[in-house]
Ligand binder design. Structure first.
Ligand SMILES: Cc1cc2nc3c(=O)[nH]c(=O)nc-3n(C[C@H](O)[C@H](O)[C@H](O)COP(=O)(O)O)c2cc1C
Length: 183
């Protein structure tokens, strides 16, 4: 029997996006954001309430979005439960190593191998941040034949119904191919 649950944001898989910004002193900050994804072919969109990150975004108009991984799961969760408004340099406290993006005024992090570097395209009053993608940078350690390898990346996904992190790395088929079997 099918059960109704009303209004829920239970989309699977839901990304765990790590939003990196600089504050006015050039101190790097990170927050965890699961309410986001691709928007158009060269943009991302994220739904944000008020954070240290949003204050930073107003000033720098730039951010990075990194994919949280199995290896960085504990720190990535920490960046989602502690605000930079409470712990000033939470990136340092977690032992992460920021460095400046070559393309936008926002930090990248040695610990996150895949990052999307964005300029703010728009940020609406109801908190919808749209970023224009300026560059994607990927650490060579997660590439196979020049392309990102999900098995090496070990991205995690947020499970909104059970508040868990899930591993996203198993290949079960080939896109644009498998369906041909019933054509
Ligand atoms: C799994 C997870 C997902 C989250 N997703 C979002 C989100 O999409 N939007 C948002 O505004 N806050 C989200 N948060 C909350 C922020 O990450 C959290 O408030 C954080 O402390 C903000 O950091 P900051 O104040 O240093 O910017 C999420 C937290 C967790 C743990």
């Amino acid at each position: 029997m099918r059960k109704n649950f009303g209004v829920k944001t239970w989309i699977y898989p839901q990304p765990v996006l790590m939003l990196g910004t600089y504050d006015e002193n050039g101190t790097a900050n990170l927050m965890n954001a699961a309410w986001g994804g691709m928007y158009d072919f060269d943009k991302v969109a994220i739904s944000l309430s008020s954070h240290k990150t949003t204050a930073n975004l107003e000033k720098t108009k730039a951010f990075t979005l990194s994919i949280a991984t199995k290896k960085t799961m504990v720190e990535s969760d920490y960046f989602g439960i502690v605000s930079g408004n409470k712990v000033y340099d939470k990136v340092l406290k977690a032992g992460f190593h920021p460095f400046k993006s070559e393309f936008v005024n926002a930090p990248l992090f040695e610990e996150y191998p895949l990052s999307i570097e964005c300029e703010v395209d728009s940020f609406t009053e109801d908190g919808i941040l749209v970023g224009k993608i300026i560059n994607v940078s990927i650490d060579g350690s997660i590439l196979t034949d020049g392309k990102p390898d999900p098995k090496k990346l070990e991205a995690i996904s947020y499970d909104p119904a059970n508040n868990n992190y899930l591993l996203v790395s198993e290949i079960v088929g080939h896109a644009f191919q498998e369906g041909k079997n019933i054509k």
